[in-house]
Every structure is written in C-alpha cells, then in structure tokens.
Ligand binder design. Structure first.
Ligand SMILES: *Cc1c(COP(=O)(O)O)cnc(C)c1O
Length: 410
C-alpha cells in the first residue's frame, strides 16, 4: 500500500520499487493512525536530519535537543507554514521540542495560499537571527478552505536554502487520483515528504494516515532496533515508525484501491469538484448569500447576508461595516448551530480573515462536498433552510435589518 501511494505521488518506475520496497534500511513511508502522526513523523525525520551526527557529535536522536543545539550553535529552530496550516503541526512542534511559538505562521494571500514574498522575508530574518528552519510545510488542500499552496515555488525555495520540504496533503492528496485534477498539485513530487489521509477523500474509515518519503534513505535518522523484534538487517516496517503496534488499516486502503480503483476515485473527485463549483455559482447568484472562498477543490465557504444588508455594506463607513460584520458573525453562528440541532441538513463553520473584508475576522459556513449522493436540489434546500433559520434569530437578524435600513435612508 505504501508503494501504491508513493507511486501516486512520485511516479517512480518499477525498478525503483523493486529495489526499495523490501530493503531493511530504507522505507518508502509509514502507515499511521492519522495525518497528525504522519506530520509528526515527517517533521521528526526533518529535525533529526538537520541535527544529524557530525564528527564526535552522535546526532540529536542520541544526544537530545540540548546537546544538539550546543553542538550546532543555533539560537533556535523553526518550522514554516502558512497561517492556514493544520493545528496538528502545532502539536508536532510541541512534541519535537521545537515549540509552538517556533511554528512560524506565514501570511496567506486572498486565495488562502502562502505568500511567497512573506516566506522569503521570514527566511531572510531567520538566517540573520541564526534560527535554523527545520522544514517548509506546503499545504495541499487547507482544511478550512481547500486551498493549495504554490508547491513549485515552495520547492524552489526549499532547494535553494537546503530546507526539508514537507507537503501536508492529508485532505487534498486524494486529488492525485484524478488525471483531470492532479495538475492542481503540481510540484508535490518535489516534496521530501508528503502526508495523506485515506480516511478523508479516499473514503476509508477513520484511522488511516500515511507519510511518504521521496528518498527512502532519509528515514535512517529515526531508525530504531530491538533484540526480540525489529532486528538490525531484517525488513520490518516498524523500524521507521513512531507508533508500534497498529491496526491493519492498510488492508482497507488496499481493498478500496482495488474496488473503487483509480477510475472510481477519479469519478468521485471530479464530481465533487464540479458540484462545489456549481454550489459556488448557486451562492453567488443568490441575492441573500455571499461566497467567501471560491472552491479550488470540493470545499467552499460562504455566509448569509440579506440583500438589504449587502446594499448597506456597499455604502457603509468603516465603523458601520464593523457593526454589521459582528452581527453577521453572530447570525452565522446562530444559523449553523440551529441547523445542526434541527437535523435536516448540516454544514460546519469556521473563522477566516478574508482580504475582501480587510482581514476582519469572519465567521463562515464551511462545506465539503464529499458525499456522492448529494444533489443540487439538496444544496438548494440547504440555502432555503439557512435563510429561514436566520429569520428565527431574535437578536442579530432584526438588528441587522434595522441597521441596514437606517444606513440606506441616510
Ligand atoms: C485532517 C488533517 C490533518 C490531521 O489529520 P488527522 O487524521 O485528524 O490526524 C492534518 N493536516 C490537514 C491539512 C488535515 O486536513
């Protein structure tokens, strides 16, 4: 299964897989309980390779972080990712001793992709401060907006600076299954490591994450052995994993790869992306809704803004926009909660800082169009229900209408 997923990303030839798949000292990747452990594993490898053995120094895995920092003389370590990066990277920074504050959040642009200029500036500053970047993390499908970072541009920078390039494709990696869509992840094949969750868009039950490594020898930095198991020289996938005993989830991924197959996945991925585009159009054309993030994959965000309020926003001053915005945030939260409780339809919610609203914190509905049985009619009903629920709000809705009326009159 690791070979199949490695091939999906890196597309090496048969000879490559023949020589590495069963080699005792190499590993194409690791099966993990989820994307969190996959990300930790990738950054663990990256950290250990940055603080590798050097002369008398035996490497961080033996000496520990304090010894490694004394030897290398760095003031600090850092991991770089866009502000849309997943919270699991914070846990990784924490458990690897790098620290959550050293997970440096680089601003994203109005399409929720990492700003390359801001990243360049950050790296320059880190180099100046003697802070060693352990990894640049590109996100291929952010959890909140489904956006894909410019992976080739990130790979160029990582190569030039000699920094480990990790791609967190936990959510979006399945897009590679579609020949019509995989170009959206161009550059992922240049990543040193990639995280993919099969329990997201590969439709496998929870507990099936994977990390894949471009170069099967990089895992030497995390290798471990025991006398009764994982013996030196014997092929055991466990000698390069963080977790020990794990359930046999790989079997489910294998089964799905055979039963659903590449063609089936292509159909699922293409259809959900088309459906998201259609839903985005439906929202844009609806007088009482506002699309917040355009879907790149099958994920989009939007909110309910009655037409009269939209008209008022167009002429309101800054202070009034703030007021309306806060009320809209209340309203979105109210609608999302009540919709979930009433049990007819469900969307999730999150908070973004969209550029079109001068980075004001904006509560939005978040929709992932993963269910192949969801129809356009159902999506239409979701909007109808949300508009109806909004009017049940005793606080935000009436205030918004009154405020909009007074702005439009003056
Ligand atoms: C879901 C997700 C993760 C974490 O995965 P778990 O399987 O929940 O541990 C990491 N990164 C991204 C981008 C994700 O969407």
């Amino acid at each position: 299964v690791l070979g199949m997923l490695h091939n999906l990303i890196y597309q090496q030839d048969d000879a490559f897989y023949q020589s590495w798949m069963h080699s005792a000292n190499h590993s194409l990747g690791a099966f993990c309980s989820g994307g969190t452990v996959a990300n930790i594993t990738a950054l663990w490898v990256a950290r250990n390779n940055v603080l590798k053995p050097d002369g008398e120094f035996p490497g961080i895995n033996k000496a520990g972080l304090f010894g490694a920092m004394r030897h290398y003389g760095y003031r600090d370590l850092a991991i770089l990712v866009s502000e849309r990066g997943h919270y699991s990277l914070g846990k990784a920074a924490d458990v690897l001793g790098i620290g959550r504050d050293q997970l440096i959040s680089v601003p994203a642009d109005n399409q929720n992709r990492i700003c390359i200029n801001a990243l360049e500036d950050t790296i320059t500053q880190l180099n100046r401060d003697n802070i060693k970047p352990v990894a640049i993390v590109g996100v291929a499908g952010t959890t909140e907006t489904g956006s894909i970072d410019p992976l080739n541009a990130l790979a160029d920078i990582a190569e030039r600076e000699g920094i480990h390039f990790h791609v967190d494709a936990a959510w979006g990696g399945a897009t590679l299954m579609s020949n019509n869509q995989r170009h959206k992840l161009a550059g992922i094949e240049r990543a040193d490591s990639v995280t993919i969750d099969a329990h997201k868009q590969l439709y496998v039950p929870m507990g099936a994450g994977m990390v894949l490594f471009k170069d099967p020898s990089v895992v030497a930095s995390i290798e471990h052995h025991a006398e009764y198991i994982l013996r030196k020289g014997a092929k055991d996938l466990g000698s390069h994993t963080l977790e020990g005993s794990r359930s046999g989830m790989a079997m489910l991924v294998f089964a799905c790869m055979n039963i659903i197959s590449r063609r089936g996945y292509e159909l699922l991925i293409d259809q959900s992306i088309d459906k998201a585009a259609a839903f985005a159009k439906m929202i844009s054309q609806h007088p009482d809704f506002e699309l917040i993030s355009e879907p790149e994959l099958c994920l989009l965000t939007y909110r309910f803004v009655p037409a009269r309020v939209q008209a008022a926003l167009a002429v309101a001053n800054e202070e009034q926009v703030d007021l309306i915005h806060n009320l809209l945030n209340d309203l979105t939260k109210f609608v999302q909660k009540r919709q979930r409780e009433s049990g007819q339809t469900f969307v999730s919610r999150t908070r973004l800082t969209p550029e079109q609203w001068q980075r004001r914190t904006t509560t939005v509905f978040r929709v992932v169009l993963a269910n192949p049985l969801t129809t356009q009619e159902i999506l239409h009903e979701v909007l109808v229900e949300q508009a109806a629920i909004a009017q049940e709000s005793e606080f935000a809705y009436p205030r918004l209408i009154t405020l909009a009326d007074s702005i439009l009159k003056s």
